[in-house]
Write a protein that binds this ligand. Structure first.
Ligand code: NAI
Length: 358
C-alpha cells in the first residue's frame, strides 16, 4: 500500500524538537510503523502545481494524509486522477481542503481526528478575544519601540466583562469557547448554529441561541467563528453581513479564512465598523507576503491579532493528532470499524452533519 503525506516543512525547529510531529522531518512518527508492515510511505511539503510531489504521487496512492496547517488541496480533478485512492486522513480537524462532494461521488472515505485540537483552538480564541478587546498588540509594540504613552493604548482598551460574545458554530470548539468565557461575567453569551445545543449543555454555560444570523451579529460586541468551511459558510461574513455588526465590534476567526471575506474585513477595520480582527486562518495558506490581513489596522493603528495557522498545532495537539492518525490507519489496515466521530465522509455519503445541512 502507498501512503502519501503532505506535511509542512519544520526546518531546524523540527530537527531540534522531535515533538513537532506534523512536519516533513518528523513524519507524524509513522515511518517505522508503516515500513515495518511493508507499506510505502512518501512524505513531502511540495503541494502546488502539476510538478508538485502531491500531484505526482496522488495518482497511485491508496491513503492520503494531509493537514489543515499546510493544506494539500484535493480538488475534484485530482480525485479523478487518483484511481487508487480509498482513504483521506486529516491530521487535525477541518477537511474543507478536500472536495468532500467529489469524495462522496468517488466513494473515498474522509476521516479526521475529531477533538484532537479543540481545546488548543478554544484557548487561542479566548486569548484572541482578550488581546483585541484589551488592545494588547499595539501596547506591546509600543514597549518594543521604547515608547511609553498610556493614553494612546487606553483610549481603545476595554474589559470583556459586561460585553456580549457570540459564536457562529457551537460544536466542539464553539462550546469550549463558551465554557471558558463563563468566568469573565459577560453580559450575555450567544450562539448561532443550525444544530441546537442539548438543553443541559446550553444551561451549563448560560448561552442563548439566536436563529437568525443578522439578528445574532447585531447583538454581539464580539463574534467568534467556529464552524467548518462548506458551501453554506464560504464568504458568510461579507460586506452585507458586516453592515449589521454593532459598530466597533471585534471579530475572531480561527475556523477557516474563507468564511470571512478578505477585502470586506479589511474595509470594515479601516472604516471603524470593526475595531479588530484576529485569528490564525487564511483564505490561502501559506498566506502571500502582501495579504492585506497581515498589516491592516484600525484608524488608531491597532486591531490586528493575526498569526500564522498554529492555534490547533501546539505540541500537545500534535501528540494527539499524530496518535489519532495512527489509530485510523491501524483500523483501516485491520479492517476494524472507525470511531464514528472521526468519519466526515463514509463510503459514498456524509457521516457528519457539521459540513452543512443536507
Ligand atoms: P464540530 O463539528 O464539533 O462543530 C462545528 C459546528 O458548526 C457544528 O455544531 C455545526 O452544526 C456548526 N455549523 C456548521 N455549519 C454552520 C453554519 N452554516 N452556521 C452555523 N453553524 C454551523 O467542529 P469543531 O471541532 O468545533 O471545529 C470547527 C472548525 O474549526 C473545523 O471544521 C475547522 O475548520 C476549524 N478548526 C481550526 C483549527 C485551527 O488550528 N485554527 C483547528 C481545529 C479546527
Amino acid at each position: 500500500m502507498k501512503v502519501l503525506a503532505i506535511l509542512y516543512d519544520g526546518g531546524q525547529a523540527a530537527v531540534d524538537e522531535p515533538r513537532l510531529l506534523g512536519t516533513v522531518e518528523n513524519q507524524l512518527g509513522l515511518r517505522s510503523y508503516l515500513e515495518s508492515l511493508g507499506h510505502e510511505y512518501t512524505v513531502s511539503s511540495s503541494k502546488e502545481g502539476p510538478d508538485s510531489d502531491f500531484q505526482k504521487h496522488i495518482v497511485d496512492a491508496e491513503v492520503l494524509i494531509t493537514t489543515p496547517f499546510h493544506p494539500g488541496y484535493l480538488t475534484r480533478d485530482l480525485i479523478e486522477k487518483a484511481k487508487n485512492l480509498k482513504l483521506c486522513v486529516t491530521a487535525g480537524v477541518g477537511s474543507d481542503h478536500i472536495d468532500l462532494n467529489a469524495a462522496v461521488d468517488h466513494k473515498i472515505q474522509v476521516l479526521e481526528v475529531s477533538g484532537s485540537n479543540v481545546v488548543s483552538v478554544a484557548e487561542h480564541v479566548v486569548m484572541s478575544i482578550l488581546l483585541l478587546v484589551r488592545n494588547f498588540v499595539p501596547a506591546h509594540e509600543m514597549i518594543e519601540r521604547g515608547d511609553w504613552q498610556v493614553s494612546e493604548i487606553a483610549r481603545n482598551a476595554f474589559d470583556l466583562e459586561n460585553k456580549v460574545v457570540g459564536t457562529i458554530g457551537a460544536g466542539r470548539i464553539g462550546y469550549r469557547v463558551l465554557q471558558r468565557l463563563v468566568p469573565f461575567d459577560c453580559k450575555e453569551l450567544l450562539y448561532y448554529d443550525y444544530a441546537p445545543l442539548p438543553a443541559e449543555a446550553q444551561k451549563a454555560v448560560g448561552a442563548r441561541r439566536v436563529e437568525d444570523l443578522v439578528e445574532f451579529v447585531s447583538q454581539c460586541d464580539v463574534v467568534t467563528v467556529n464552524c467548518p468551511l462548506h458551501e453554506g459558510t464560504r464568504n458568510l461574513v461579507n460586506t452585507e453581513l458586516l453592515k449589521h455588526f454593532k459598530k466597533g465590534a471585534w471579530l475572531v476567526n480561527t475556523a477557516r479564512g474563507a468564511i470571512c471575506n478578505k477585502d470586506a474585513v479589511a474595509a470594515a477595520l479601516r472604516s471603524g465598523q470593526l475595531s479588530g480582527y484576529s485569528g490564525d486562518v487564511w483564505n490561502v495558506q501559506p498566506a502571500p507576503k502582501d495579504h492585506v490581513w497581515r498589516t491592516v489596522k484600525n484608524s488608531l493603528g491597532g486591531g490586528n491579532g493575526m498569526v500564522p495557522h498554529y492555534s490547533g498545532t501546539t505540541l500537545d495537539a500534535q501528540a494527539r493528532y499524530a496518535s489519532g492518525v495512527k489509530t485510523i490507519l491501524a483500523n483501516y489496515l485491520d479492517h476494524k470499524p472507525q470511531d464514528p466521530a472521526n468519519i466526515i465522509v463514509g463510503l459514498g455519503k456524509y457521516e457528519t452533519r457539521a459540513y452543512g445541512q443536507r
